[in-house]
Design a protein around this ligand. Sequence first.
Ligand SMILES: C[S@@+](CC[C@H](N)C(=O)[O-])C[C@H]1O[C@@H](n2cnc3c(N)ncnc32)[C@H](O)[C@@H]1O
Length: 334
Amino acid sequence: MDNLIKAELLKGLLGNPVHIPAWYPYDEEGSRLNDICMEQCRWYYFHRFEMKILNDILTELIEYLKDSRMLVDLGSGNATKTMLILDRLLKTHESLTYVPVDISTEFLNKTAANLKTIYGNKLEIQPIGEEYMVALRKIKYVFYSVYLLFGNNFNWFTKIIVWFGSLQSLSYGKQLDYLLEIRNTMQVDDKLLITLDVTDTTCKQTIELAYLDPEGYSENFHLNSIHRLNREMNANIDISKFKIRNELVVNSRSNNCSYVNVWIEAIENCDVHIGQLDLTREFQKGERLYLHEENGISCKYTIEQLEYLLNKASLGMEKYWRNEHVAVILVNRK
Ligand SMILES: C[S@@+](CC[C@H](N)C(=O)[O-])C[C@H]1O[C@@H](n2cnc3c(N)ncnc32)[C@H](O)[C@@H]1O
């Protein structure tokens, strides 16, 4: 994975706009900072409203998921939300296969060990410490191999793919690519369950504060990208020469969505050297380094925008539930 990471970093740092990929802050330390932000930052509404709606609809939701024997968890993190579903399914199922996927391998292994302690042999855990696309292809390959062996007798279990709070963290252009890949791994009766931010974008201040709060929780997480470059790539970025900023970009077209841009901006001219990438770059005063790919992260949608996106990936919205900030969408294959 190391060479892939370097290649992606170089692409972003030499790109236009200059950026660091949005997945880069998620090493073990970044995952820890993200958890602190979700649990302690009162400005970060998404996690609280996501927990609330999942708890509110759980009994109804389980009715749709109860036949599944396998649960794939994309961007599993600490799996707190997934455990709501696992707890319920394991009341009626003898056993379940759980496939957590996360780019943050050390954190993934900790989560897997924690879940093993809680659920014991009832949960067969098969972690995949890879980028979503690589992991989805592996899952598809396993199912395809079994299909070649067993042909039409293959329908031995259906799976649920959950993707909590993470699709919206990709740039809009990439979201369709990932949804198409998910669709390719789904069999007819499989379900995809996603949570997304549907906050009214006229609440600009609420949204911007959620991703750059006055107490510094989200800043600590975002800046882990820079600290990780210094730690692992032998970079010399002096963060005191930059300030962090964000902005909500509202987009009401049905074939797009609103999103947040987050960047650091040089407050004076400075040179940056990144030893492992053999890269030196001068930042002029005011020049920006984005902390995600082009067209933002932390997307906000209307239900119509979500319908359009899913439809483009030949996926259907079977049912959705929503509150002030979060939509939980049960998706099927068209
Ligand atoms: C916003 S957190 C969500 C964690 C958890 N699902 C939750 O709702 O609390 C995103 C998670 O996805 C992982 N992640 C981010 N980008 C990824 C990528 N491109 N491929 C695989 N995992 C990724 C991160 O390491 C992190 O654990």
